[in-house]
Design a protein around this ligand. Structure first.
Ligand code: AR6
Length: 176
């Protein structure tokens, strides 16, 4: 794990699985617009949470790129799942702003619910094709920008799937 502090917030990067973050109040789903199961992160979260999770998400669907909604976290060790629809790279424009909106909206929802710890995957960098380095810069800069405004959030963790992804995020963390 590596970490850096911005104001009262600790930003952490770890290699691991988003569904295995028992010390986090909220985890974030890299969702699809219909808020159903899918591949990658959405598949991992829904395979733990369904059928209860899908019953909850159904009433919020569909969502638009950049939006986020919050549900409970059935069969998961967390209190909340925040479902974000990231932009499809090269299709949903402006993709940098839409990706930033995902992080802003998810962090605001978590903060409103008094979550202290939140774990994100690298939204849009899998099936949606966002280049990981550019996506990591947007993610980290957004946390830094908001870090003075939170009432409850103290830890923002990025959970990276592979060692390569972790190392790439480490490089970006050193730039910030
Ligand atoms: N924990 C942490 N990171 C993971 C996990 C996991 N269990 N599984 C994959 N990743 P993706 P997107 C990484 O495709 O690009 C889905 O099918 C992965 O290596 O989950 O936002 C949905 O249904 C990548 O770096 O999300 C949507 O249709 C990152 O998480 C669509 O894919 C995001 O990959 C969303 O695409």
């Amino acid at each position: 794990m590596s970490r850096i502090r911005f104001n009262n917030v600790q930003l952490e990067i770890v290699q691991g699985d988003i569904v295995d973050q028992p010390d986090c109040d909220a985890i974030v789903n890299a969702a699809n617009a219909q808020l159903k199961t899918g591949g990658g992160v959405a598949g991992a979260i829904h395979s733990k949470g369904d059928p209860e999770l899908e019953k909850e998400t159904r009433k919020y669907a569909p969502i638009k790129p950049g939006e986020a909604v919050m549900t409970s976290a059935p069969n998961l060790p967390n209190k909340y799942v925040i479902h974000c629809l990231g932009p499809v790279y090269g299709k949903d424009k402006p993709e940098d702003k839409l990706l930033e909106n995902c992080y802003i909206n998810a962090l605001k929802l978590a903060d409103e619910k008094d979550a202290e710890t939140i774990a994100f995957p690298a939204i849009s960098t899998g099936a949606f094709g966002y280049p990981m380095k550019e996506a990591a810069r947007i993610a980290f800069k957004t946390v830094k920008k908001l870090s003075g405004e939170f009432k409850s959030i103290r830890v923002v963790r990025f959970v990276l799937w592979s060692a390569t992804d972790y190392n790439l995020h480490l490089d970006v963390l050193k730039e910030i």
